[in-house]
Design a protein around this ligand. Structure first.
Ligand SMILES: NC(=O)c1ccc[n+]([C@@H]2O[C@H](COP(=O)([O-])OP(=O)(O)OC[C@H]3O[C@@H](n4cnc5c(N)ncnc54)[C@H](OP(=O)(O)O)[C@@H]3O)[C@@H](O)[C@H]2O)c1
Length: 297
């Protein structure tokens, strides 16, 4: 691992009025390990390495979560973040998402009303121990013809006006959703599933976000087609060859590829493993030539 390992190597982006390092961290993978000390260590080390953008959700919980089928007390990502990092460093931006929710009395559900969205925002505030959330993504389920976001996004815009949220983003969306949201309130980021080998239909949407000054934040950059499963092992010859030539791992090359898709592309690799964390931060310093990018794409 390089001695000067730093999340700053991939440069910065302005998310609303926050300046963050493009190489961030996804907290979804902090909850599976029953040893919460490991998650705390990973989160603290991430910040020590310069990570100042963490993605989370109130429903990121240990297996079983609030449905009560996991082992031992539920570990919520938000509470791990709070335990590891509060009082929070002044430059730390925590992005959360609402829409999907999980509650003991109703299981996993989708918020559809302003009241439900407010409840989810307030739950994030309580779990994180904050007075206002830095960035909140409205995470939707796409149902063509019946997935207008105007009402839900408008409800979140009201919570910006009420001082509970600083900036808004959108997740799991198409261009028409962004078009619908932008006249209602500023959108600082779009968080979609996108990787070398997944959802390449966003190849045209990604640059449009950049033209509009909106960050594009891919998730599953490492997991790829395995989605919520573990990192994909189904690598192309080009990924394997370039990884070997650079003495890097295939996962690092996948991450570096996403960061090369535009200065507005932010990485939020998720891990509960301290070694993987360091590898992911190191990936921010990997440079890929035009030939290498063409071979990878
Ligand atoms: N908006 C949405 O709908 C949505 C959906 C899913 C996720 N997200 C967010 O996006 C973040 C990223 O997605 P993700 O965490 O699911 O997937 P990811 O970052 O693409 O990959 C995570 C998987 O890869 C493994 N991994 C990570 N770094 C590795 C490395 N250097 N070498 C080998 N394996 C490595 C992890 O296992 P280890 O823990 O063992 O390292 C985990 O199994 C999440 O953490 C979450 O914050 C958002």
């Amino acid at each position: 691992m390089p001695e000067n390992l730093s999340a700053a190597a991939a440069g910065t982006w302005k998310l609303g009025d926050f300046t963050i390092n493009r190489l961030g961290f996804g907290a979804m993978r902090t909850t599976p390990n029953p040893d919460r000390a490991v998650a705390i260590r990973v989160l603290r080390r991430a910040v020590e390495l310069g990570v100042n953008h963490i993605d989370t959700a109130a429903f990121y919980a240990s297996p079983g979560g609030t449905m009560g089928v996991g082992e031992g007390p539920v570990r919520y990502a938000n509470e791990l973040i709070r335990e590891a990092l509060s009082p929070y460093p002044a430059d730390l931006v925590i992005t959360t998402k609402v829409g999907p929710g999980s509650a003991a009395e109703r299981g996993f559900y989708q918020a559809t009303t302003a009241a439900e969205l407010r409840e989810q925002v307030e739950l994030n505030l309580r779990q994180l121990g904050k007075d206002a959330l830095d960035v909140v993504n409205l995470r939707i389920i796409k149902k063509p013809g019946e997935d207008s976001i105007a009402e839900r996004f408008g409800a979140l815009a009201d919570l910006v006006d009420a001082g509970l949220i600083r900036h808004l983003g959108l997740s799991n969306i198409r261009l028409d959703h962004l078009d619908e949201a932008q006249p209602i309130a500023p959108v600082v980021c779009v968080q979609n599933s996108y990787a070398l080998d997944t959802h390449r239909e966003d190849d045209t949407f990604l640059p449009i976000c950049g033209e509009r000054g909106v960050a594009y934040v891919p998730f599953f950059a490492i997991a790829g087609p395995s989605r919520e499963g573990t990192a994909t092992t189904d690598h192309s010859d080009a990924v394997r060859r370039i990884a070997a030539a650079k003495d890097a791992s295939e996962q690092q090359i996948r991450l570096a590829w996403t960061l090369h898709q535009g200065p507005h592309v932010l990485a939020i690799p998720g891990t509960g493993n301290p070694e993987h964390l360091e590898e992911n931060v190191a990936a921010g310093a990997i440079e890929l030539s035009a030939e290498e990018l063409a071979a990878l794409s």
